[in-house]
Design a protein around this ligand. Structure first.
Ligand code: PMP
Length: 421
C-alpha cells in the first residue's frame, strides 16, 4: 500500500519549488501507475515512449542496484566494463558501419552532438530538418525542432525546414517523391549547394505520430549523399523495437543513416541515457579537440541499458510490439469506421496515433473533445498520450509488454468515452 505524501502535498511542493513551465497531463500524479489510493491505471503512453520493458522490470532494477553497489561514477577517468559492454551490445543492433557509440544523458544532447559532428565532418553549416519535427530544446536541436509550440527565441543558425511528408495533412498526400523534391529545392535555392546533414524521425512522435510518406526517405537520403551531406536518424521515440516490424524506425524505410541518435525510447527503461552511434570515419572528428560528457554513459545507466536490451530479446518484445500493435491498429481502424470524430489512425507497432477532428473533410482539430475523451478514459482507468501541432492526436506508446487484452481494454474504453461526447 502507498504510504507516501498525498497528491495535494506533492502538487504543493511542485508549485513552490519547480519551474512554472513544468506540466503534467492529469490532475493527480501517479506512483508506478497506481495513484495514491492504490487504484491501478493501464499505461498506454509509457512516459512518452520511455519505458519499453514495463515499469520496474526486475532485471533492469537488479542491474541498477547491483551496479550502484559496486560503482557509480562519472564516465571519464577510470576503466569500467559497464560502458564497454553496453556499447558493444548496442553497436551489434545497428547495420553497416555504425559501430562507434557516444553516450549522453538525453535526446537533446544526442542530437546536439550529432549535428555538431555532421558540421565538423562536412565543413558545412546548413542542416535540413522537417516541419513538425521535435529534436530537443538546446540551441541547435531547438533550431531543428519545427513547431512554434516548442521554440523559444534561439538563434536558428543554418537550419532549413522542409515540407513535412505528412500523408494525412500534407500538400502532396502520400506521394513521398513529391515531398522529396522540396529538399532538393532547399539545397539549390537556400544553401551554397552543400549541406552538413538532413535529420528526421522515422515516425514523428511529439508531432502526433506522423509516418513519413512512403518512398520519401530513400530519395532524400540519395539527394543528401549527392551533395556531400550526412543523414541523421533521430530514433529517440521510434527505436528499440517499438515499431515492431524492425528494431529501428529507419529500417522500415529501407535506408541506412550515417548517424543514429537515441534516448528515452526505453534505451534505459526510463533511466536518463542517450546515445549517438556513427561510423569510425565520422567519429574521428571528435579527436580534433578534447571531448567528454561527465555522466553520459555512466556505469549505472549503461548497466540498465544492457539489461534492457537483454529483456527486449529474451521476452521477444519486438515480436510482441508487432503482433499486439497490428491487432490494436486494426481495432482502432474499426473504431474509426464507427465514430465520425476519428479522422485518422496511423503508426506502426506500438507507436500509434489516433487523430480527432470535428469535420472529416476540413480536418478541423477536435482540441476540446480530445481533452474530454482523455479525462473520461483516465476515469475509466486508461492513461493515454496526446500531441500533434494542434494537440488533437492521441499518442499510444505503451511499454512493449502491452498485451492483446490491454489493447482490447484500451479500445473499449476509448469507444465508450467517445460515445459519451
Ligand atoms: N528527439 C525526439 C524525437 C524526441 O521525441 C525528444 C523528446 N521528446 C527528443 C529528441 C529530446 O529528448 P530529451 O527530452 O531526452 O532531451
Amino acid at each position: 500500500a502507498y504510504t507516501g505524501p498525498t497528491a495535494d502535498e506533492i502538487l504543493k511542493k511542485r508549485k513552490e519549488f519547480l519551474s512554472p513551465s513544468m506540466f503534467y497531463f492529469y490532475s493527480k500524479p501517479m506512483q508506478y501507475l497506481f495513484d495514491e489510493n492504490g487504484r491501478r491505471y493501464l499505461d498506454a503512453f509509457g512516459g512518452i515512449a520511455t519505458v519499453c520493458c514495463g515499469h520496474c522490470h526486475p532485471d533492469v532494477v537488479k542491474a541498477i542496484v547491483n551496479q550502484s553497489n559496486s560503482l557509480q561514477h562519472s564516465t571519464i577517468l577510470y576503466l569500467n566494463h559497464s560502458i564497454a559492454d553496453f556499447a558493444e551490445a548496442l553497436a551489434s543492433k545497428l547495420p553497416g558501419d555504425l559501430k562507434v557509440v557516444f553516450f549522453t544523458n538525453s535526446g537533446t544532447e544526442a542530437n546536439e552532438l550529432a549535428m555538431m559532428m555532421a558540421r565538423l565532418y562536412t565543413g558545412c553549416n546548413d542542416i535540413i530538418s522537417l516541419r513538425n519535427a521535435y529534436h530537443g530544446n538546446a540551441a541547435a536541436s531547438m533550431g531543428a525542432t519545427a513547431q512554434s509550440n516548442w521554440k523559444f527565441n534561439v538563434v536558428q543558425s543554418g537550419v532549413h525546414h522542409a515540407i513535412n511528408p505528412d500523408p494525412y495533412r500534407g500538400l502532396f498526400g502520400s506521394d513521398g517523391e513529391k515531398y522529396a523534391k522540396d529538399v532538393e529545392d532547399l539545397i539549390q535555392f537556400g544553401t551554397s549547394g552543400h549541406v552538413a546533414a538532413f535529420m528526421s524521425e522515422a515516425i514523428q512522435g511529439v508531432g502526433g505520430i506522423v509516418e513519413l510518406a512512403s518512398g520519401y526517405l530513400p530519395v532524400v537520403y540519395n539527394t543528401i549523399k549527392k551533395v556531400g551531406g550526412l543523414c541523421i536518424a533521430d530514433e529517440v521515440q521510434s527505436g528499440f523495437a517499438r515499431t515492431g516490424s524492425h528494431f529501428w524506425g529507419f529500417e522500415s524505410h529501407g535506408v541506412v543513416p550515417d548517424i543514429v541518435t537515441m534516448a528515452k525510447v526505453g534505451i534505459g527503461n526510463g533511466i536518463p541515457l542517450g546515445a549517438v552511434v556513427t561510423t569510425p570515419k565520422i567519429a574521428e572528428v571528435l579527436t580534433r579537440r578534447s571531448y567528454f560528457n561527465t555522466f553520459g554513459g555512466n556505469p549505472v545507466c549503461t548497466a540498465a541499458g544492457l539489461a534492457v536490451l537483454k529483456v527486449i530479446e529474451r521476452e521477444n518484445l519486438q515480436e510482441n510490439a508487432h503482433a499486439v500493435g497490428s491487432y490494436l491498429k486494426e481495432r482502432l481502424n474499426a473504431l474509426k469506421a464507427k465514430h465520425e470524430i476519428i479522422g485518422d489512425v496511423r503508426g506502426r507497432g506500438l507507436m500509434l496515433g489516433v487523430e480527432l477532428v470535428t469535420d472529416r473533410q476540413l480536418k478541423t482539430p477536435a482540441k476540446v473533445e480530445i481533452l474530454q475523451v482523455m479525462e473520461q478514459m483516465k476515469e475509466l482507468g486508461v492513461l493515454i498520450g496526446k500531441g500533434g501541432f494542434y494537440g488533437n492526436v492521441f499518442r499510444i506508446t505503451p511499454p512493449l509488454c502491452f498485451s492483446k487484452e490491454d489493447a482490447d481494454f484500451l479500445v473499449d474504453v476509448m469507444d465508450y468515452a467517445i460515445a459519451k461526447l
